[in-house]
Write a protein that binds this ligand. Structure first.
Ligand code: B3K
Ligand code: ZN
Length: 888
């Protein structure tokens, strides 16, 4: 397979104005009649029409009602003799496909007897021959015909305009989408489904019908998704003046889905994981995820669907922007400043533990990539989360009002078009001509073109006599594949200064008359200096507040300065960050020392500071839980050039045990204080209490395991049995499992019995066992045993992720074995999955991205495992691209 280059973009030679599809749905052989009205693109030289196809059986092609000659070029259907001139041409293509053999879950497939589609990015070509690219936008009419008993519900995009019975127990439904769209937003669903319905009125007074379709038994688990959808509609109107542009908006859930959800116009298809939620089966995190994914897909209706991407290199145009929007939605829904800060910290944690490594590894790519082999490999945390940070920086540079103005201009200019990332930034800058974004526009765009995480180094000097504070910021960015030299970025650095007692000091730049408590410095050069006057004492700098740019900040803080920030910083993000910096500092010292891992990796002063946070009278429980949580093993590994996963694991375990033991009374207090949240509501405040109580219980069980006093295990088992919601129940179960308690086994059995008919809960059951702390190498054999469990299936992506990914990609202490058995297991599963579903396989393949940093013997063994995968001749493009880059 050859790489596709962004620079090679050419406008299509033909346009498709209308598409009229008729489906005769049959799992074994579905017949698709595709009637298109096409015309030449007068702006480009006349060319043959080349239509994309994939695994289709072609029966007939007609042009203007008559047969025609055609040829095949690979998988493309080529029509060379179409009429000359610019008159529209009627093209009719008749094909068949086999949905029940479609294990890739791209195109038209069957899940538990129901038809679903997934077209983004290039799945539509598995349904019919087409110009399957996002800049070809057409009006769709869709007629679905199927057996009425087996497929009573027939759905597609837009409005239902006709339906009725046919002969032989069949029926039909005809749908017309009132908006033109690219093929990747096409969808159909046919099966036995029921819907929760809600009528709403928009601000403008228009009526809309919202529907959430699920399998019959799941209806009572859809209330939260429906509420989330209503909130999303209201939020987009209130914050951006964007109203629902359809009479009917549908969400349908399926348990077989490659990713989270898909924003098909008016017919979003969701993984059940992000729709179904009830107090007894879903955790607080699940509830929050449902809200955020429902929001995300709904917000795509404007950012993605009304304005779409010119080509797939522009993917972040819709994804980065829509992630930014869903993050803001979740923050606005959370309400309090503290809950907003918690959400921000969680988002930054994902960015730093997943995206920073990606940006430093073999898959590093700019937010707008320059080339790809398989586009499905580029639905990455760089496109999504870093893309959202790049939008967030624009938001911060033009301000909240300015951002809303920029969005207005973006829609005024481009509604109904397929555009580029440049078009978005241009609109933002043009709407805010006096902003630093407009001032540095060309330079700001480097965030889209240069890969890698920049480092910002800060050096400061306090002059007591002159009462000045001089801050010098310099930036650099390591080389990434194909990009050796990096030009300076535009980096907004929000900052404040704290007095030695932690109070906020006024900031007055030399030459300015007014002072503020927080300020955004815009770093544009390789190095820049700012001087603050009237600084009465030597301050503690609070830099990169709110994580104002996706960079690594280096500053030589001493422990005392970080403890001051941890106790007092008015910026919640940096207060949390100070604790993380200290924890990482002590962890790295212990990891890099030659001595055996000590029991007291953390100095007493730090432990006391954490106790003060835990016992703090006013801080929210959710925030306390984040401060008390140690940085992950993956995050620690990223700070090292040579990674010994076992050493990191041992050090982190020791730190955790130290916190468990030295704060034992405080954890007991926390469990007592936060452990009963009354009637269940998944709001941020009570979720935070449950999270902190869950952590406390785990700490108490860990300490108990060492002391041999099993009272807490008994209490945990009791909590597990009596819990009134899944969060408390699963936290108690996890505490038993992670602490290696004897009661873990009966609890796991009981849990399985209770929830054997709840697939999403059984996923948790698999994931917990695969993700548990390794004791003498026992996790891998347990995972292998679980693969033989009657409930396990590699074909179901959620199930595969719950067992295989939880072990290979989320349990480094168990996966990196000196005997290489974890790596062998990984390579076998990648190959096995690749034959079923290349997209899922290639996600698993990414688990070894960082192999070259491993210490021996892991490094050599990891390389061998990757090479074993690469040696397979008929790998999918998906996996081939990942392993080739990894070995690169
Ligand atoms: N746009 C889809 C992702 C499609 C992935 C295709 N491999 C979901 C989303 O980002 O909302
Ligand atoms: Zn998206």
């Amino acid at each position: 397979a050859t790489a596709i280059q962004r620079a090679d973009y050419q406008a299509p030679a033909w346009w498709i104005d209308t598409v009229d599809l008729t489906f005769d749905l049959d799992p074994a052989k579905t017949r698709v009649l595709n009637k298109m009205r096409i015309r030449r693109n007068a702006d480009v030289p006349a060319q043959a029409l080349r239509l994309d196809g994939d695994e289709l059986n072609l029966a007939r092609v007609m042009v203007n009602g008559a047969g025609t000659s055609f040829k095949m070029d690979g998988s493309q259907l080529v029509l060379e003799n179409l009429p000359e001139g610019n008159e529209p041409v009627e093209l009719e293509i008749f094909t068949t496909c086999t949905p029940d053999k479609n294990t890739k879950l791209m195109g038209l497939y069957v899940s538990e007897g129901t038809f679903f589609t997934q077209c983004e990015s290039e799945g539509f070509r598995r349904i019919t021959y087409f110009l399957d690219r996002p800049d070809v936008m057409a009006m769709y009419t869709v007629t679905l015909r199927a057996n009425k008993d087996a497929f009573p519900v027939l759905l597609s995009n837009g409005n239902l305009v006709d339906s009725g019975d046919l002969e032989d127990g069949r029926h039909f439904a005809k749908w017309v989408d009132p908006h033109k769209k690219p093929s990747y937003l096409f969808a159909l669903v046919a099966g036995k489904l029921v819907a929760r319905e809600q009528k709403i009125k928009s601000r403008a007074g228009k009526d809309h019908l919202l529907q959430v379709f699920v399998r019959p038994g799941d209806l009572e688990k859809t209330e939260h998704a429906m509420n989330s959808l209503m909130h999303s509609v209201a939020w987009d109107e209130a914050r951006f003046g964007l109203s629902l542009d359809l009479d009917r908006f549908m969400i349908v859930a399926t348990s077989d889905f490659n990713m989270g959800a898909m924003e098909n116009k008016g017919l979003n298809i969701f993984n059940t994981k992000y729709v179904l939620a009830s107090q007894s089966t879903a955790t607080d995190v699940d509830f929050a995820n449902v809200e955020s994914v429902v929001g995300h897909e709904y917000f795509h209706n404007w950012t993605g669907n009304r304005i779409t991407c010119r080509d797939w290199f522009q993917l972040s145009l819709k994804e980065g922007l829509t992630v930014f929007r869903d993050q803001e939605f979740s923050m606005d829904m959370a309400g309090t400043p503290s809950a907003r800060a918690v959400k921000r910290i969680e988002d930054v944690r994902v960015l730093r533990t997943v995206q920073f490594p990606e940006d430093a590894g073999p898959m590093a790519h700019p937010v707008r990539p320059d080339s790809y082999i398989e586009i499905n490999n580029f639905y990455t945390v760089t496109i999504y989360e870093k893309g959202a940070e790049v939008v967030r920086m624009q938001h911060n540079l033009v301000g909240r009002e300015g951002f809303a103005k920029g969005m207005k201009l973006y829609f005024a200019r481009h509604d109904g078009q397929a555009v580029t990332c440049d078009d978005f930034v241009q609109a933002m800058a043009d709407a805010n001509p006096a902003s630093p974004l407009a001032q540095h526009l060309e330079q700001f765009k480097r965030w889209y073109s240069q890969a890698g995480t920049p480092t910002v180094k800060a050096v400061a000097q306090y002059d007591a006599a002159a009462q000045t504070y001089t801050l010098t910021l310099s930036q650099s960015c390591a080389a990434t594949a194909g990009q050796v030299e990096k030009q300076p970025f535009v980096i907004p650095v929000e900052m404040g200064l704290l007095g030695q007692d932690g109070s906020a000091l006024p900031l007055q730049l030399q030459g300015d008359s007014a002072s503020t408590l927080s300020k955004t410095l815009v770093l544009t050069q390789a190095e820049q200096t700012w001087v603050f006057s009237n600084v009465a004492q030597s301050p503690v700098p609070s830099l990169l507040r709110g994580f104002s740019a996706p960079v690594v900040l280096q500053y030589d803080f001493n422990d005392a300065e970080l403890l001051t920030q941890l106790a007092h910083d008015s910026d919640s993000f940096n207060r949390w960050e100070a604790g993380q910096r200290l924890a990482v500092r002590y962890a790295l010292q212990a990891i890099q020392s030659d001595a055996p891992v000590a029991a007291n990796v953390l100095p007493a002063a730090f432990v006391h500071a954490l106790r003060d946070v835990l016992r703090h009278p006013t801080l929210d429980a959710a925030y306390k839980d984040l401060v008390l949580a140690l940085p992950s093993e993956a995050y620690m590994a990223e700070q090292l050039d040579v990674v010994d996963p076992q050493r990191i694991h041992a050090v982190r375990e020791s730190m955790r045990l130290q916190l468990a033991q030295s704060l034992q009374a405080d954890w007991a207090w926390a469990l007592e204080t936060y452990g009963d949240t009354g009637a269940y509501r998944p709001d941020p405040v009570s979720s935070g209490k449950r999270a902190l109580a869950g952590s406390a219980l785990l700490m108490l069980c860990l300490a108990a395991q060492v002391s041999g006093d099993t009272v807490w295990h008994g209490k945990a088992y009791q909590r597990f049995k009596d819990a009134g919601n899944m969060t408390d129940r699963f936290n108690a179960l996890s505490a038993l499992v992670h602490s290696g308690a004897e009661l873990a086994k009966p609890a796991l059995e009981r849990f399985h019995t209770l929830f054997k008919n709840e697939p999403l809960v059984i996923d948790k059951w698999f994931a917990l066992q695969a993700g548990t702390c390794d004791r003498g190498g026992n996790v891998l054999p347990a995972v292998k045993q679980l693969m033989k469990h009657p409930d396990f299936s590699l074909k179901n992506p959620n199930r595969a992720r719950s067992l295989i990914f939880s072990y290979c990609s989320a349990n480094p202490g168990a996966f990196h074995r000196a005997d290489a058995a974890g790596y062998v297991f990984w390579s076998e599963r990648v190959l096995e999955l690749d034959a079923i579903n290349p997209q899922v396989a290639s996600r698993l393949a990414r688990g070894m991205d960082r192999w070259s940093k491993l210490a021996q013997p892991y490094r050599t063994a990891a390389r061998e495992a990757i090479a074993r995968v690469a040696a397979k001749p008929d790998l999918s493009n998906d996996v081939r691209e990942i392993v080739t880059r990894a070995l690169g």
